[in-house]
Design a protein around this ligand. Structure first.
Ligand SMILES: *Cc1c(COP(=O)(O)O)cnc(C)c1O
Length: 355
């Protein structure tokens, strides 16, 4: 039986990458030396680091006027770092709230400066883009294009008259993107990039260097940039593995191919849910996430049985986030179509035996 892991994060990594990492684990640059045991300043690791950055730049077509920072602290670390680096003493940041993560981001930012919040959700946990309203005059506007917990996404980049900041923790590299529309993109690695512990920050260079005086050094973008993301010891193994994932994406057709596959996977799963009267998803189709497919059983009494039987069929971690309940299938780049097909088969059988 093949096991498929639908965890929202840390999420499954490409099988080929894991096999390769296993092979290299103890013998990297030479026999008996693991990448985990190398100095971050060694020539061998510097090459890993530079190659990873170059491959990410190639994959996302990141323009030269953007820095790519490999940081610590996860996306939540950036919830603090962003206002500390971008929000001036007299300025205001606008936070668009579309679900759990953007709400958390706004709450953290408010500790550091003036924050205005705009809830852009509508009644059925979808999005009402008209609620974005005027965006001029802010130090930056923050939003979350893919709400991992809610299974809601905003695919088209909103028109914005201030620097646009996006939490792409659960959608980076899942779809083609015009980086130049953003001032800053950030992502915790553990959803679609690699292991936990690494955080990607792609930031326009002219926005670097304005951090508040009390900014902790490890959150300061200027120090990160000046030190090639090695102001302190970076999470070297996570950086290496992210680099292997970038190579895997390149070898498999790049982001365009990932995107086509992701759309096909999500479409198949939503099509099945919509056709069933046993399962449902209430999000308006255009705001449904391709990465995190949330769904409910009409009879919530069956949730536990559903999860237990799914596990016994090798379909792991389908329980929805505790804040929203129900089920959630996270189907990032590494999830093959076969995993989604196995899930649909199981859901179909489960429904038929419990109607
Ligand atoms: C997972 C997630 C986070 C939190 O990431 P950490 O790395 O645990 O801090 C923030 N935002 C989004 C959209 C996420 O999916």
């Amino acid at each position: 039986m093949t096991t498929y892991n639908f965890c929202a994060g840390p999420a499954m990594l490409p099988t080929e990458v894991m096999a390769q990492a296993q092979q290299q684990l103890r013998d990297f640059s030479q026999p008996g030396v693991s990448v985990m045991e190398l100095s971050h300043r060694s020539a061998e690791f510097m090459q890993v680091a530079e190659e990873a950055e170059q491959n990410l730049r190639d994959l996302m077509q990141i323009p030269d006027n953007y820095a790519v920072l490999f940081m610590h602290g996860g996306a939540r670390g950036q919830f603090s770092a962003i206002p500390l680096n971008l929000l001036s003493e007299t300025g205001t940041a606008l936070y668009l709230e579309s679900g759990q993560w953007s709400v958390s981001a706004a709450k953290e930012a408010a500790k550091f400066g003036r924050v205005e919040v705009r809830d852009i959700r509508d009644a059925n946990s979808s999005i009402d883009l008209a609620k974005i309203g005027a965006t001029a005059g802010y130090d930056y506007v923050h939003y979350c294009p893919n709400e991992t917990v809610d299974g809601v996404s905003i695919t088209a980049v909103p028109e914005c008259d201030s620097p646009l900041v996006a939490d792409m923790s659960s959608c980076i590299l899942g779809r083609d993107l015009d980086v130049s529309k953003f001032a800053l993109i950030y992502a915790g690695a553990q959803k679609n990039v690699g292991p936990a512990g690494l955080t990607l920050v792609i930031v326009r260079r002219d926005l670097i260097g304005q951090a508040a005086a009390h900014t902790p050094a490890i959150l300061d973008y200027r120090l990160a940039q000046e030190n090639d993301s090695m102001y302190n010891t970076p999470p070297t193994f996570a950086w290496y593995l992210a680099g292997e994932v970038f190579k895997w994406i390149k070898a498999n057709g790049g982001v365009t191919a990932m995107s086509a596959r992701n759309q096909a996977k999500a479409a198949a799963l939503y099509r099945f849910i919509d056709a069933s009267d046993f399962y449902r998803n209430g999000v308006s189709p255009i705001f449904r996430s391709e990465m995190n497919v949330t769904f409910q059983l009409q009879d919530a009494e069956l949730n536990q049985r559903f999860l237990a039987q799914a596990e016994s069929h090798g379909l792991m971690a389908l329980k929805g986030h505790r804040l929203v309940g129900g089920m959630r299938a996270s189907i990032y780049n590494a999830m093959p179509m076969a995993g989604v097909e196995a899930l649909i088969d199981f859901m179909d059988n489960f429904a038929q035996s419990h109607q």
